[in-house]
Design a protein around this ligand. Structure first.
Ligand code: ADP
Ligand code: MG
Length: 478
């Protein structure tokens, strides 16, 4: 038996307004080569300047995962030649990353797991080479050159592709909660390199690893890791040894292919960037940034389960978006009816938001949601009518009191005894044969009677009261 061992290097593109070292706009949707001042293009003499937001987001990420934050930070140049790299080097942190250690928790296969962080460092992105738009030439877009990145390097703590996929989902959500990145994998703002090795069960030392570059889909990462572990096991079983290799994954063929042997990798000639002064952080500054911390999705999931008794599926669904859990917690803490609140938000409001491309905060404020739940709790309107009739009217203007809407629509339940007796009588007179069959033991007919009664009551009768009255009437009136 073999065990798979995986460590990740995750690149997170930050959602700052401007680039890491100049005031060019950081925007994925811009026309190619429009956000490229002479600093981005590295004209002679152009000097970089640190973006404060880059540092703040870096510190926030470190604090969120209990990393040790470095107080004295400087930058290094990583030198290599590539057409999408106008400076001929990338500004990064090699010797001293701004964060070391820390841990990230995530749920996988029904368990809370934990992966240790080796370090997190700041760097800038390169531009983008485009090979598929012109038959004869490669094109290059420098808009991305200089966009701020954070790279998280984990310890080799993952044991399966599934764990990696679940971890990526959690981290993606977490950086959105922290407002660090949009973590959009298709647009490349959240991508990861997977280092994979295998070893015989029971062995403590690590096997030689291969690194699969630039995974930008959770499913591909899982498949690539599983394929690669399989490949390594087959090699070892046939007596070969694993060579440290950089690989690319081909999703079409579901296989990994060598990009380059690791040993022959460039020597990047790292050295401290003389153009950037060191960034010295005080404890006060770090504490200040820490004010922006917010409970992460997994912690919120746990609160939804333990404090509010939501189901696994509902709790997981709500944590997809920070604003959903924000609204849930603030309403639930004001009135304490989590079940009904969950039904309203998960069953109706969030689907409405998705369908209409709006947000939970734009639809209503807390008092609106609370008023709606109160109408449900009051039992003045049959539950089916609340959702079928009151909700669609209310959602058009959530500042209106839902109870007034119910009155206007004549939906307030009638507990008027004579009204209930009257409609029961009518139905029994209309179906004398069914009454007889019921009394002769065909109790299932209760559904038939109730269907008619609910229709005749136009949603105004409480089904529970109505049914008990009906049963009495059927048994007594011979
Ligand atoms: P490099 O800079 O050459 O990529 P690092 O030592 O920084 O090497 O390691 C990068 C990543 O590889 C880390 O996420 C680490 O956990 C992982 N890693 C290191 N050794 C192994 C191994 N034997 N198997 C799986 N992953 C590994
Ligand atoms: Mg690496």
């Amino acid at each position: 038996m073999y065990e798979t061992v995986i460590g990740l290097e995750i690149h997170i593109q930050l959602n700052t307004k401007t680039k890491a070292f100049c005031s060019d706009i950081n925007d994925f949707d811009s026309e190619p080569n429009t956000n490229i001042s002479m600093i981005t293009l590295a004209h002679p003499g152009a000097l970089p300047k640190m973006n404060q937001a880059h540092i703040e987001k870096a510190v926030l990420l470190g604090l969120a995962f209990e990393s040790d934050i470095n107080h004295y930070n400087f930058f290094d140049r990583k030198n290599y030649f590539y057409p999408d790299l106008p400076k001929g080097y990338q500004i990064t942190q090699d010797k001293e990353p701004f964060c070391r250690k820390g841990k990230i928790k995530f749920m996988s296969e029904g368990e809370v797991k934990e992966v240790r962080i080796h370090h997190i460092h700041m760097e800038e992105d390169a531009g983008k080479s485009i090979h598929d738009q012109n038959d004869h030439n490669s094109l290059v877009d420098f808009n991305r050159a200089g966009v701020p990145l954070l790279e998280i390097v984990t310890e080799p703590d993952f044991r399966s592709g599934q764990e990696v996929s679940d971890f990526m989902a959690e981290l993606q959500k977490a950086v959105k909660y922290l407002d660090i990145s949009d973590a959009n994998m298709e647009e490349g703002s959240f991508r990861c390199d997977c280092n994979v090795s295998v070893r015989k069960s029971g062995v403590n030392t690590l096997g030689e690893r291969c690194e699969i570059k630039n995974m930008n889909s959770r499913r591909f990462a899982k498949n690539a890791i599983e394929y690669e572990a399989d490949r390594q096991i087959k090699e070892i079983e046939s007596g070969k040894i694993i060579h440290k290799t950089t690989l690319l994954y081909d999703p079409g063929k579901n296989e990994t292919r060598p990009l380059r042997k690791k040993e022959s990798e460039n020597d990047y000639r790292y050295f401290p960037d003389p153009d950037l002064p060191p960034v010295i952080l005080t404890e006060d500054q770090i504490q200040n940034i820490g004010q922006q911390l917010t409970p992460l999705p997994l912690a919120r999931y746990e609160t939804l389960r333990s404090e509010f008794s939501l189901s696994h599926a509902d709790a997981e669904f709500l944590t997809e978006d920070k604003t959903w859990t924000d609204v849930f917690f603030s309403c639930a803490r004001k009135m304490n009816h989590p079940k009904e609140l969950g039904e309203l938000l998960i069953g109706k409001v969030i689907p409405y938001c998705k369908a209409n491309n709006t947000t939970i905060n734009d639809v209503a404020d807390d008092s609106g949601y609370i008023a709606f739940v109160k109408l449900i709790l009051s039992e003045k309107v049959a539950k089916s009518s609340v959702y079928q009739h009151v909700f669609p009217a209310w959602i058009k203007d959530t500042t209106r009191n839902p109870e007034e809407i119910a009155i206007e629509l004549h939906l307030i339940k009638s507990d008027d005894q004579s009204f209930l007796d009257q409609i029961i009588d009518q139905v029994m007179i209309a179906y004398p044969d069914k009454c007889k069959e019921y009394r002769n033991g065909k109790k299932g007919l209760i559904g038939f009677f109730m269907g008619h009664l609910m229709q005749n009551s136009k949603g105004k009768a409480d089904p529970k009261i109505l049914q008990s009255k009906l049963e009495v009437a059927l048994d007594n009136k011979k």
